[in-house]
Write a protein that binds this ligand. Structure first.
Ligand SMILES: [Zn+2]
Length: 230
């Protein structure tokens, strides 16, 4: 069964590109389920009830070092949830999936996420956006990622200099504690070595793939994305 007209959107971008923000805008605009893979996986691997599980222990170690989670583990979790959303007849927007070639295209034993999306939504409703920022800019943004101390809303690096308090609740803005520079370097390297190779294959497979400049303010980028969605 195809979800006629419902969209499946994938937003790519290095850590600090603002992909989560863009995905959230799109989720609000089109009433899509926002699948933030990082958040979703963290909820599972830090679940107190699962801490004795060997796979969870392994995934937790990877997460804390900045290395991508094991692709087989991620594909299983993400495709399960995706199928549930398709059954509910809802559109979906991802920030952070699929992150590896295996997660995107699977192998002879496992269906990749792209095949599941094409079957569930129809290829013409699948859109991929790559928020492109220079590596230098990603490093700069990640070195000063901040959050609100009260509501935990992320404050973008580019907006931070202009804000003295949280725009949502007025709370004090603090530095995010988990943005260790070494871990960040590993995450950026993982992105360029393991996620970027997906792009060429998507283009070759005639997916609607758009490279978007990730440097302007988020609302501008949102407008650019809306134009591409038609
Ligand atoms: Zn706040």
């Amino acid at each position: 069964m195809k979800n006629s007209g419902n969209k499946a959107i994938i937003v790519y971008g290095a850590p600090g590109s603002g992909k989560g923000t863009q995905a959230k805008f799109l989720a609000d605009k089109f009433n899509l389920y926002h699948f933030d893979t990082g958040d979703y996986l963290r909820k599972i691997i830090y679940d107190p009830l699962l801490q004795k599980n060997k796979i969870i222990q392994r995934e937790r170690k990877l997460n804390e070092s900045g290395i991508l989670q094991t692709p087989e583990f991620v594909l299983k979790v993400v495709s399960q949830r995706t199928k549930e959303i398709i059954k509910l007849n809802q559109g979906i927007v991802y920030s952070g999936s699929p992150r590896t070639l295996f997660e995107a295209f699977g192998n002879n034993k496992n269906k990749g996420l792209m095949e599941i999306l094409v079957k569930g939504y129809g290829k013409k409703n699948v859109f991929i956006f790559n928020l492109d920022i220079p590596e230098k800019e990603a490093i700069k943004r990640n070195s000063k990622r901040s959050i609100c101390s009260v509501c935990k809303a992320p404050i973008l690096g580019i907006a931070k200099d202009k804000l003295s308090s949280c725009a949502f609740c007025g709370g004090k803005i603090i530095r995010r504690v988990d943005d260790n520079p070494e871990i960040m370097k590993t995450r950026l390297k993982e992105y360029s070595q393991r996620t970027k190779p997906i792009f060429a294959k998507l283009k070759k497979g005639n997916y609607k793939f758009y490279k978007i400049n990730g440097e302007p303010m988020p609302y501008k980028i949102h407008q650019t994305i809306l134009k591409k969605l038609g």
